[in-house]
Design a protein around this ligand. Sequence first.
Ligand SMILES: CC(C)(COP(=O)(O)OP(=O)(O)OC[C@H]1O[C@@H](n2cnc3c(N)ncnc32)[C@H](O)[C@@H]1OP(=O)(O)O)[C@@H](O)C(=O)NCCC(=O)NCCS
Length: 172
Amino acid sequence: MGRVPPLRIRPAGPADAGAIARIYDAAIAGGWSTFATGPHSAEERRGWLAARGDRAPVFVAEGGEAVLGWAALAPFSHRAWYDGVAEYTVYVAEEARGRGVGRAMLRHLVSAAPGLGYWKLVGLIFPENAAGLALARGHGFRVVGTHLAHSRMAGEWRDITVVERHLEVPAG
Ligand SMILES: CC(C)(COP(=O)(O)OP(=O)(O)OC[C@H]1O[C@@H](n2cnc3c(N)ncnc32)[C@H](O)[C@@H]1OP(=O)(O)O)[C@@H](O)C(=O)NCCC(=O)NCCS
């Protein structure tokens, strides 16, 4: 893919489920984005979309006719006192990476979050995921630290780095 056409970021609908599954599975195959395992089907992702509440929105970035990426917020914890903390997720199609799609989607999540009652966004990123960490840092997220041997993937212990941005307290 050459230049990415002008982006439109909008809530995901059932018709986006196939593209979401394809983009997710390609990232899973890369091995440094998520502990999740695939494959995912359009039908499974339609169920996943339908089961999400108002405070767990999924957005897609559309360039021309194509879905180039998806992004989501989800409550960080079921505990009432963490009600204002959300975990974010951003996935960009491999062929559209490095052209600002991830940046635009994370910006969208940051601006949508306060309206959903969130005061902080947290991201969980493998330390090897240079793009994921660069994306977070570029949006004013700070690295909290790295959980060591936090879970296993394909039988191997993997670390996970936590990033956060408070949306009401100035960065610093
Ligand atoms: C992480 C990801 C979303 C970035 O999306 P993208 O559209 O390629 O990123 P952008 O082009 O918007 O660039 C965002 C920043 O990351 C940097 N970046 C992009 N790819 C990079 C790479 N491979 N290595 C280092 N930095 C990189 C860019 O320079 C940019 O930094 P800047 O804002 O300081 O200029 C994308 O690589 C992806 O989908 N990865 C798989 C899923 C994942 O790991 N998500 C992160 C955890 S939620």
